[in-house]
Design a protein around this ligand. Structure first.
Ligand code: 2BA
Length: 109
């Protein structure tokens, strides 16, 4: 069995959960925050049998879109170490950041 941890954008999360449920997958949604943008995103936990892994990843790939987003990047000004301003930079976020872990045990009590 595998545990898929998929970090997706909030905009894609509801549709992705619907498609996963329609495909017979079980999913848990966690509200998360990206360390770089400090903006909300969604982390999905999906437990699948090994044989279902590719089919599940295809659904994640189909639904998760990449988007351009503005972020404030810190930039030092003047001489003081504590003098910082920020300027906008554009980053491409997503489709999805996916980790696949082998599950040692799956227990329901
Ligand atoms: P954030 O950390 O908020 O990152 C959002 C986007 O900002 C990233 O998109 C990437 O395009 C850019 N970015 C991140 N760190 C950067 C840096 N040091 N310099 C320049 N640009 C940077 P994605 O790569 O698609 O990541 C989307 C979200 O997935 C991330 O949100 C984070 O929540 C998660 N993530 C990505 N890689 C991860 C990892 N190795 N471990 C844990 N979470 C990860």
């Amino acid at each position: 069995m595998k545990l898929i941890i998929a970090i997706v954008q909030d905009e894609d999360a509801n549709r992705l959960i619907s498609e996963l449920m329609n495909g017979g997958f079980r999913v848990t949604k966690l509200a998360s925050t990206g360390g770089f943008l400090r903006a909300g995103n969604t982390t999905l936990l999906i437990g699948v049998e090994d044989a279902q892994l590719d089919a599940c990843l295809k659904v994640v790939e189909k639904v998760s879109h990449s988007r351009r987003q503005l972020a404030a990047a810190p930039s030092p000004v003047g001489g003081g170490a504590s003098s910082f301003t920020s300027f906008p930079i554009e980053v491409t976020v997503g489709g999805a950041t996916v980790f696949v872990l082998s599950v040692e045990q799956f227990i329901k009590i």
